[in-house]
Write a protein that binds this ligand. Structure first.
Ligand code: 8YV
Length: 322
């Protein structure tokens, strides 16, 4: 036996990340990438000094209370941490970390992809071509909505929101945003700040959601707030599904109040997303691909390991959230 810490890794990680884990720790890996149940995670933690999970594993207060005392830390492979009850973690003396910064570019890319795809009917067109239903072309065929020069509204101007805004400026878009606190001028880069979501919404030809899922943001985009958007707005969500009231968005997509939506995250993902989204042509759907690039997934793993290295060296981890 050595003193090398044992790390329970709940999902298959990139090869380079697993190689570093093997080099520096005693990892319990998941080569089959099976989604473990809470009971399995608790049982497999019997000898673990830390757990390295993804957002797919839920650390509710009950799960955290049942973790054995040898577990000192939860080093998430994610920037979002709504899957971990931080109060329960603090109460149990667990250190919790996340992986900010490294996925901002990749997630902003997906936000822009969703904006363009929704505006220009990309998935609808692709489905048509694949189904061999493309029979003709005419000047009025599959007309979309142009985004260049329009207004790009951001809810949650954190790291990802700021990069998405920067990319939107590449389309000559005027950036508006709501954030709990106003950014400094150098970070704002000319974006127009609104003190409330309600003040922001009328300025959003495209609304891009980047805020975390919290009790305060659950169902934030509801009927009343959608009514404040300009007619024909586009809604993009790369944050968390819970920020959107699905019934409200579906109704707005059906009525044309919202022209189209681009969604990468969903209530009930992956298998229980709102069924209407699957039927509506004006929704561009992706399966939570925000951070899914080779570069970013490596960097997320390394960042989680940097945090573990600090914890086991007795230093404060850079990305401590509890
Ligand atoms: C991650 C995400 O890939 O980091 C996040 O919060 O939503 C994703 O982009 C995922 O959470 C991995 O755990």
């Amino acid at each position: 036996m050595t003193d090398t810490p044992v790390i329970l890794v709940t999902r298959k990680l990139p090869d380079a990340v697993e190689a570093r884990l093997r080099r520096d720790y005693q990892p319990i890996l998941n080569p089959d990438d099976r989604l473990y149940t809470a009971d399995e995670i608790i049982a497999m933690s019997a000898k673990a000094d830390a757990i390295l999970p993804c957002h797919t594993e839920k650390f509710t207060a009950d799960v955290i209370a049942r973790l054995p005392d040898n577990v000192r830390a939860i080093a998430n492979f994610s920037v979002g941490y709504d899957h971990v009850d931080l109060d329960a973690a603090k109460a149990k003396g667990l250190i919790v970390t996340n992986t900010p910064d490294v996925l901002s570019d990749a997630t902003a890319e997906i936000a822009i992809l969703l904006m363009l795809g929704a505006a220009r009917r990309a998935s609808e067109g692709e489905r048509m071509v694949r189904a061999r239903e493309w029979k003709d072309w005419s000047p009025t065929f599959m007309i979309g909505s142009q985004v260049t020069g329009k207004r790009f509204g951001v809810i949650g101007m954190g790291r990802v929101g700021q990069v998405a805004a920067k990319r939107a400026r590449g389309f000559d878009m005027e950036v508006h945003y709501y954030n709990r606190t106003r950014l400094s001028a150098d970070l704002e880069c000319g974006a127009i700040y609104h003190e409330t979501v309600e003040e922001l919404l009328p300025h959003c030809d495209v609304l891009s959601i980047h805020c975390p899922a919290t009790p305060q943001t659950t169902g934030l985009l509801n009927n009343e707030r959608i009514a404040l958007l300009p007619d024909g707005a586009i809604v993009v969500n790369t944050g968390r599904g819970g920020v959107v009231n699905d019934d409200a968005l579906v109704e707005a997509l059906k009525s044309g109040k919202v022209y189209a939506a681009g969604l990468d995250v969903f209530n009930g993902e992956p298998e229980n997303i709102h069924p209407a989204y699957l039927k509506l042509e004006n929704v561009f759907l992706l399966p939570h691909l925000g951070s899914a690039t080779r570069e970013t997934r490596d960097d997320m793993g390394f960042r989680a390991l940097d945090n573990l290295d600090a914890i086991f060296a007795g230093r404060e981890p850079t990305d401590r959230i509890a």
